[in-house]
Design a binder for this molecule. Structure first.
Ligand code: FAD
Length: 118
Protein backbone atom coordinates (compact mmCIF):
# COMPACT_ATOMS: atom_id res chain seq x y z
CA UNK A 1 0.00 0.00 0.00
CA UNK A 2 1.04 3.64 -0.36
CA UNK A 3 1.85 3.88 3.36
CA UNK A 4 4.65 1.34 2.79
CA UNK A 5 6.22 3.19 -0.15
CA UNK A 6 9.84 4.26 0.28
CA UNK A 7 10.91 7.89 0.66
CA UNK A 8 12.15 9.38 -2.62
CA UNK A 9 15.87 9.11 -3.25
CA UNK A 10 17.84 11.99 -4.79
CA UNK A 11 16.99 11.05 -8.38
CA UNK A 12 13.26 10.49 -7.73
CA UNK A 13 13.03 13.77 -5.84
CA UNK A 14 14.94 15.53 -8.61
CA UNK A 15 12.71 14.21 -11.41
CA UNK A 16 9.57 15.07 -9.41
CA UNK A 17 10.87 18.55 -8.63
CA UNK A 18 11.80 19.25 -12.25
CA UNK A 19 8.34 18.02 -13.33
CA UNK A 20 6.71 20.41 -10.86
CA UNK A 21 8.92 23.35 -11.82
CA UNK A 22 8.76 22.92 -15.61
CA UNK A 23 5.01 22.32 -15.54
CA UNK A 24 4.37 25.29 -13.28
CA UNK A 25 6.47 27.50 -15.55
CA UNK A 26 4.72 26.12 -18.66
CA UNK A 27 1.44 27.46 -17.25
CA UNK A 28 2.87 30.78 -15.98
CA UNK A 29 1.14 33.71 -17.72
CA UNK A 30 2.77 35.30 -20.75
CA UNK A 31 2.00 38.64 -19.09
CA UNK A 32 2.15 38.00 -15.32
CA UNK A 33 0.93 40.66 -12.95
CA UNK A 34 3.26 41.91 -10.18
CA UNK A 35 1.82 39.47 -7.63
CA UNK A 36 2.34 36.50 -9.95
CA UNK A 37 5.93 37.61 -10.63
CA UNK A 38 6.59 37.97 -6.91
CA UNK A 39 5.18 34.52 -6.14
CA UNK A 40 7.31 32.91 -8.85
CA UNK A 41 10.46 34.70 -7.66
CA UNK A 42 9.77 33.60 -4.09
CA UNK A 43 9.27 29.98 -5.17
CA UNK A 44 12.52 29.86 -7.12
CA UNK A 45 14.56 31.74 -4.53
CA UNK A 46 13.32 29.44 -1.76
CA UNK A 47 14.77 26.34 -3.42
CA UNK A 48 18.43 26.92 -2.48
CA UNK A 49 17.33 27.43 1.13
CA UNK A 50 14.90 24.50 1.37
CA UNK A 51 15.72 21.81 -1.20
CA UNK A 52 16.63 18.72 0.84
CA UNK A 53 19.83 17.75 -1.04
CA UNK A 54 22.61 20.00 0.20
CA UNK A 55 25.01 19.85 -2.78
CA UNK A 56 22.07 20.26 -5.19
CA UNK A 57 20.75 23.26 -3.25
CA UNK A 58 24.18 24.89 -2.90
CA UNK A 59 25.06 24.62 -6.59
CA UNK A 60 21.58 25.74 -7.64
CA UNK A 61 21.90 28.77 -5.36
CA UNK A 62 25.24 29.67 -6.94
CA UNK A 63 23.79 29.20 -10.42
CA UNK A 64 20.71 31.36 -9.89
CA UNK A 65 22.78 34.06 -8.19
CA UNK A 66 24.83 34.24 -11.41
CA UNK A 67 21.77 33.81 -13.66
CA UNK A 68 18.79 35.49 -11.96
CA UNK A 69 15.32 34.23 -12.90
CA UNK A 70 13.56 36.16 -15.65
CA UNK A 71 9.95 36.28 -14.43
CA UNK A 72 8.82 38.77 -17.08
CA UNK A 73 6.74 36.09 -18.81
CA UNK A 74 6.22 32.43 -19.59
CA UNK A 75 8.48 32.07 -22.64
CA UNK A 76 11.46 33.80 -21.05
CA UNK A 77 11.08 31.90 -17.79
CA UNK A 78 10.70 28.58 -19.58
CA UNK A 79 13.99 29.16 -21.38
CA UNK A 80 15.67 30.28 -18.17
CA UNK A 81 14.54 27.14 -16.31
CA UNK A 82 15.54 24.90 -19.21
CA UNK A 83 19.04 26.41 -19.11
CA UNK A 84 19.29 25.93 -15.34
CA UNK A 85 18.25 22.27 -15.74
CA UNK A 86 20.83 21.92 -18.52
CA UNK A 87 23.51 23.25 -16.15
CA UNK A 88 22.64 20.39 -13.79
CA UNK A 89 22.57 17.95 -16.73
CA UNK A 90 26.08 19.12 -17.67
CA UNK A 91 27.32 18.66 -14.13
CA UNK A 92 25.92 15.11 -14.00
CA UNK A 93 27.04 14.14 -17.52
CA UNK A 94 23.44 13.85 -18.75
CA UNK A 95 22.33 14.87 -22.24
CA UNK A 96 21.39 18.53 -22.76
CA UNK A 97 17.76 19.34 -23.59
CA UNK A 98 16.76 21.50 -26.59
CA UNK A 99 15.42 24.69 -24.97
CA UNK A 100 13.38 25.86 -28.00
CA UNK A 101 9.90 26.88 -26.79
CA UNK A 102 8.16 24.37 -29.02
CA UNK A 103 10.23 21.52 -27.54
CA UNK A 104 9.75 22.47 -23.88
CA UNK A 105 6.03 23.11 -24.45
CA UNK A 106 5.66 19.71 -26.11
CA UNK A 107 7.42 18.05 -23.15
CA UNK A 108 5.66 19.87 -20.31
CA UNK A 109 2.32 21.22 -21.57
CA UNK A 110 1.10 20.34 -25.06
CA UNK A 111 2.42 16.82 -25.65
CA UNK A 112 4.00 15.74 -28.93
CA UNK A 113 2.52 16.68 -32.31
CA UNK A 114 1.63 13.04 -33.05
CA UNK A 115 -1.03 13.16 -30.32
CA UNK A 116 0.45 10.17 -28.50
CA UNK A 117 -0.06 11.87 -25.12
CA UNK A 118 -3.62 13.08 -25.77
P1 FAD B 1 15.82 14.67 -14.84
O1 FAD B 1 17.07 15.48 -14.96
O2 FAD B 1 15.17 14.61 -13.49
O3 FAD B 1 14.79 15.23 -15.92
C1 FAD B 1 13.44 14.77 -15.99
C2 FAD B 1 12.95 14.97 -17.39
O4 FAD B 1 13.01 16.35 -17.69
C3 FAD B 1 13.78 14.32 -18.47
O5 FAD B 1 13.41 13.01 -18.68
C4 FAD B 1 13.53 15.20 -19.69
O6 FAD B 1 12.37 14.79 -20.37
C5 FAD B 1 13.26 16.55 -19.07
N1 FAD B 1 14.39 17.46 -19.18
C6 FAD B 1 15.71 17.19 -19.08
N2 FAD B 1 16.44 18.30 -19.18
C7 FAD B 1 15.56 19.31 -19.34
C8 FAD B 1 15.71 20.72 -19.53
N3 FAD B 1 16.92 21.30 -19.56
N4 FAD B 1 14.60 21.46 -19.69
C9 FAD B 1 13.36 20.89 -19.69
N5 FAD B 1 13.17 19.56 -19.52
C10 FAD B 1 14.25 18.79 -19.35
N6 FAD B 1 21.27 15.47 -8.73
C11 FAD B 1 22.56 15.24 -8.38
O7 FAD B 1 22.99 14.09 -8.35
N7 FAD B 1 23.40 16.29 -8.06
C12 FAD B 1 22.97 17.58 -8.06
O8 FAD B 1 23.74 18.50 -7.73
C13 FAD B 1 21.61 17.84 -8.41
N8 FAD B 1 21.11 19.10 -8.38
C14 FAD B 1 19.79 19.30 -8.60
C15 FAD B 1 19.26 20.59 -8.48
C16 FAD B 1 17.91 20.81 -8.65
C17 FAD B 1 17.36 22.20 -8.48
C18 FAD B 1 17.04 19.72 -8.94
C19 FAD B 1 15.56 19.96 -9.09
C20 FAD B 1 17.56 18.44 -9.09
C21 FAD B 1 18.92 18.21 -8.92
N9 FAD B 1 19.47 16.95 -9.06
C22 FAD B 1 20.78 16.73 -8.74
C23 FAD B 1 18.66 15.83 -9.58
C24 FAD B 1 18.94 15.66 -11.08
O9 FAD B 1 18.80 16.90 -11.78
C25 FAD B 1 17.94 14.67 -11.74
O10 FAD B 1 16.62 15.03 -11.40
C26 FAD B 1 18.17 13.23 -11.32
O11 FAD B 1 19.52 12.86 -11.60
C27 FAD B 1 17.19 12.29 -12.10
O12 FAD B 1 17.49 12.44 -13.46
P2 FAD B 1 16.57 11.91 -14.61
O13 FAD B 1 17.47 11.19 -15.56
O14 FAD B 1 15.39 11.20 -14.05
O15 FAD B 1 16.07 13.21 -15.38
Amino acid sequence: TSTRACPPDKDQLGAATWAFLHTTVAYFPERPNPTQRAHMLALLRALPALYPCAPCADDFGTDIAQNPPDVSGRAALSRWLCERHNAVNDKLGKARFDCATIVTDARWKDGPADGSCD
